[in-house]
Ligand binder design. Structure first.
Ligand code: F6P
Length: 536
């Protein structure tokens, strides 16, 4: 364990009895010092136990781990995903004017051409120039899973005020319930299906794609003509029958969970239009430029990462809650679960050795205010500490409902305040006395009304959720994951941990069908196979 980890642990041990509130009392400028901004986006991490020394040590750790060098290597197209021998260049997708050399070749002309093709196709679908058998497209179904679903599905909700194209639907689960219910409401003659799969082999996606094709074939003479594909495999999309004019490719240097900036965003482009999609890219590029240029101590992704490192690796809090007070970010926690947990949920470092610390906090969350009436009880009074990452816009999209938005903001700020301050036994007692309690009953009841407080939270505040702002938010979290990965020595861009389950699942099919026996399966799995066979 490097000297900085040890110093951080020692500093934590020495300061853990200092309450966060006391840090504010001691330093009236604390909020400003422990905040950073990019334009009108404000990140306030002052309601954490990080003090000046902790921050200096965290920055020193980031420097020592080579964050700045690794960041430049990523932007320069070096093959930093070294377990797969790939560059990591999703940033190139949102910066079409750049020039990026991979294996001696500028990859940007291809990126620009694909973006132009995607935008042109999206506009054809939107304008009705591209038609289904029954006329203009009314509905688009994106079939994909993980990184080929979560990004556009999340953004389609986030950017619904900009939706002025065909309706968007997303099918990911192999559970037939999802595709059956989605297709049941649609007319095959005016539906476009986009099969989104980097590999074009993912079993869930390919099963859903075949089901959609069969559904389409019931009414449409040439069903493949109402399919488009987003994939790196031109061969497999051709074998599926999709004409190359509606196949949009991307290079292997775009990881699945980092891919919504390119053709995987096609459904979103159709929903909101090319111009607004480009605004989303612009927001991502702005965060990239900030990430590359801002000093580490003022760098939003670096600071968000260091707060994460402080809470998970130094303080030992096992999870982090993402709490958008923005109903349109309802799928952001799910999106971030893949982004963060698939990237950094690993127990081997790039050099093949075990990490020196725990890795990968559990990421979870729900939009506020709903969570307040569900799991916030535990966040306020549970025995464990859950660092909370709040986010909220100053302005909503419903001017006629401004009072709703005031309540929303009020709740968000109040929750962060309540977590910080808590309520002492003394004030709980005073409250109970006022309510007429006394003696032993007062003591018993008051204990239930005590809030420990001193619970950390951060706040990401922005003027309004626009395509550009969403781009900034997503890029902020991508780079946060990257910085955390570099500090931990992890390759954040592979995902070997998903392979074993996939292999075993494909062997399970024939066993469930009774075509292969389950000999060699453990007792529990054998029992469950028998149960499924006899009740299925
Ligand atoms: O779950 C593993 C994974 O490879 C993800 O990383 C990826 O986003 C998802 O599967 C879908 O993969 P594909 O786009 O190849 O269908």
């Amino acid at each position: 364990m490097s000297e900085y980890w040890q110093k951080l642990k020692a500093h934590r041990a020495a300061t853990m009895d200092t309450r966060i509130k006391a840090l504010f009392d001691a330093d009236p400028g604390r909020a400003g010092t422990f905040s950073a901004s990019l334009g009108e986006m404000l990140f306030d991490y002052s309601k954490t136990s990080i003090d000046a020394e902790a921050m200096a040590l965290l920055i020193a750790l980031a420097q020592d781990r080579g964050v700045a060098e690794r960041r430049e290597a990523m932007f320069a197209g070096e093959k930093i995903n070294d377990t797969e021998g790939r560059a990591v260049l999703h940033t190139a997708l949102r910066n079409p004017d750049a020039s990026v050399i991979v294996d001696g070749e500028d990859v940007m002309p291809e990126v620009r051409a694909t973006l132009e093709r995607c935008c042109a196709f999206a506009e054809q679908v939107r304008s009705g120039a591209y038609q289904g058998q029954g006329g203009a497209i009314t509905d688009v179904v994106n079939i994909g899973i993980g990184g080929s679903d979560l990004g556009p599905a999340m953004a389609a909700i986030a950017l619904s005020p900009w939706a002025d194209g065909p309706r968007l639907h997303f099918v990911s689960n192999v559970d037939g319930a999802q595709i059956a219910e989605t297709l049941a409401g649609l007319d095959p003659e005016t539906t476009l299906v986009i099969v989104s799969s980097k590999t074009f082999t993912t079993i869930e996606t390919m099963t859903n794609a075949e089901t959609a094709k069969a559904w389409m074939a019931q009414k449409v003479a040439d069903p493949a003509a109402q399919f488009a594909a987003v994939s790196t495999s031109a061969e497999r999309t051709a074998a599926f029958g999709i004409d190359a004019s509606r196949v949009f490719g991307f290079a292997d240097w775009v990881g699945g969970r980092y891919s919504m900036w390119g053709p995987i965003g096609l459904s979103l482009m159709i929903g909101i239009g090319a111009e607004d999609f480009r605004a989303f890219l612009k927001g991502g590029a702005e965060m990239d430029a900030h990430f590359r240029a801002a000093p580490l101590a003022e760098n939003l992704p670096v600071l968000l990462a260091l707060v994460g490192i402080w809470h998970h690796q130094v303080c030992g809090y096992p999870s982090r809650a993402v709490l958008p007070y923005d109903q349109r970010l309802s799928r952001l926690p799910a999106y971030l679960q893949q982004l963060e947990m698939e990237s950094n949920g690993k127990s081997v470092r790039m050099d093949g050795t075990a990490p020196a610390t725990v890795t990968g906090p559990i990421v979870w969350g729900e939009p506020g205010t709903n969570g307040q009436h569900a799991f916030y009880q535990l966040i306020h009074q549970g025995t464990g500490v859950v660092p909370c990452e709040f986010m909220v816009a100053a302005k909503g999209h419903e001017p006629e409902l401004a009072h709703h938005h005031r309540l929303l903001i009020g709740n968000c700020l109040a929750q962060a305040e309540a977590l910080l301050l808590g309520r002492s036994m003394e004030s709980a007692r005073a409250l109970m006395e006022k309510a007429g309690f006394e003696g032993a009953e007062l003591e018993r009841q008051a204990a239930h009304r005590v809030f420990p407080g001193n619970r950390p939270s951060t706040m990401l505040a922005y003027p309004q959720l626009t395509p550009e702002m969403l781009g900034r938010i997503i890029a902020l979290y991508e780079h946060r994951v990257f910085v955390e990965g570099v500090i931990l020595g992890i390759n954040s861009f592979d995902q070997w941990g998903v392979e074993l389950g996939k292999e075993l699942a494909s062997a399970m099919g024939p066993i469930l069908e009774g075509k292969a026996d389950g000999a060699g399966k453990d007792g529990s799995t054998a029992q469950l196979v028998a149960f499924m066979r006899s009740h299925g």
